[in-house]
Design a binder for this molecule. Structure first.
Ligand code: FMN
Length: 182
């Protein structure tokens, strides 16, 4: 994806295309993913907006398949982690907060940037929610020895796609309101 300038009120079609085509992919090839491939995704995540620019995120690279397998076995809807060659855990650092509970939105914005950057590079991901599920938070905390101020937010498997999914049609004009709810 190359940066295009917005002209005459048109959308940057490459950005829109990436937003619409990104899907949660849960099947990956066995091709390994190098750390070098993950860093640009984290770079994109770090460019996300955050409340008061507090940037409360931390990232843990995971290539230990035993860890991913352990999490996949313990938690429903996390099976794809067991075949992912790598994953990144996005965490919130509560010691960096200037605007208290906004860390959740900040990490969500970072997570979405990460997913879009991965899509841009032909890598597949799935947002596996951790926070606020207490059992997932507690397990990851223990597995990765996280200090108290670090809250695991989302776990993102990264791999080369072994499935493709169609572009959904999600636009729904009935969900748009003007000036009031009527
Ligand atoms: C907060 C959040 C938590 C999610 N947790 C999981 C999960 O635990 N397991 C999973 O397979 N997908 C998870 N997903 C992915 C959603 O299922 C997926 O985004 C949704 O079905 C829409 O599909 P799409 O991402 O392909 O557009 C999560 C997504 C979000 C935003």
């Amino acid at each position: 994806m190359h940066l295009l300038f917005q002209t005459r009120g048109d959308f940057n079609m490459e950005t829109m295309d990436a937003i619409k085509r990104r899907r949660s992919i849960r099947k990956y090839t066995s091709q390994p993913i190098d750390e070098d491939e993950l860093i640009p995704l984290i770079r994109a995540a770090m460019y996300a907006p955050s409340a008061g620019n507090q940037q409360p995120w931390e990232f843990i690279l995971i290539d230990d398949n035993d860890l991913l397998e352990e999490f996949a076995i313990k938690h429903s809807n996390a099976h794809m982690l067991s075949e992912a060659p790598a994953a990144v855990l996005i965490c919130g650092d509560l010691s960096r907060l200037k605007h208290d509970k906004f860390w959740v939105q900040d990490c969500a914005a970072a997570c979405q940037n990460f997913l879009l950057a991965a899509h841009d590079r032909g890598l597949s991901t799935c947002w596996v929610g951790v926070y606020p599920r207490e059992n997932r938070v507690a397990d990851i905390r223990k597995m990765l020895n996280l200090p108290d101020q670090i809250v695991p937010f989302s776990l993102i498997p990264v791999g080369k796609p072994a499935e493709t999914l169609p572009v959904p049609d999600r636009f729904d004009s009935s969900r748009i309101h003007k000036n009031n709810w009527k």
